[in-house]
Ligand binder design. Sequence first.
Ligand code: FMN
Length: 177
Amino acid sequence: MRILLIYGTTEGQSRKISNFITEQLEAVGHDVECLDSRRKMDGLQISSFDAAIIVGSVHQKLHQEALCNFAIAHRSELQKISTLLFSVSLSAAFSNGKAEAQSYIDLFVDRTGFNPNSYALVAGALRYSEYDYFMAQVVEHVVLASHENITEDREFTNWQQLEIDIDNFMETIVERA
Ligand SMILES: Cc1cc2nc3c(=O)[nH]c(=O)nc-3n(C[C@H](O)[C@H](O)[C@H](O)COP(=O)(O)O)c2cc1C
C-alpha cells in the first residue's frame, strides 16, 4: 500500500519515530513517502495514497504550526483516506498525564478542523543537553510539574507499543483501487 507520512518535530524525537515507522512499513513491502511538514510539497497528491500517518510533538500544549497548517490545507482530501495521528508528548509518558496528553489532540482537532480516524498518544523524550535555559525551565517547572522531577536526558518512547499501533492501524486500511 502507498502510505503518506507527514511529521512535525522540534527537537528530533518525532523524526526518529517517523523513521522507525517508515522502516517498519517498508520492511513488510509498503511504499512510504515520509515528509517533514516544513517542506514545500508542490504536486503532492493525497488521493494517490491509501492512508496518511501524521506524527507531531507538543510544545506548550500545541503541535507544530507547520503540521497544523498542513492539516488545515489538506483536511478535505485527508478525510477521504484512512488517517492516524501520533501525538508525541511528555505527558503521554506518565499514567497521570494521559488526560492532559489527550487534551492536546482535542486542541489539534479544534484548531485544524481535521479529525483523524484514529490516534495514539506517544511518549517522547527529554533532551536537556539540547535545551536552552528557557526550554529547560519550561520542561522542569511546567511540563514535569505534576510528574517526577527528572533533570537528565531520557527517552520514554515505547517502540514495541508503536509497532502494535502501526499494525492495528494497517489492519483497518482498505487498499484503493
Ligand atoms: C519548551 C518545551 C515545551 C514542551 N511543552 C510540552 C507540553 O506542553 N506538554 C507535554 O506533554 N510535553 C511538552 N514538551 C515535551 C515534548 O513534547 C517532548 O520533549 C517531545 O519528545 C518533543 O518531540 P520532538 O523532539 O519531536 O519535538 C515540551 C518540550 C519542550 C522542550
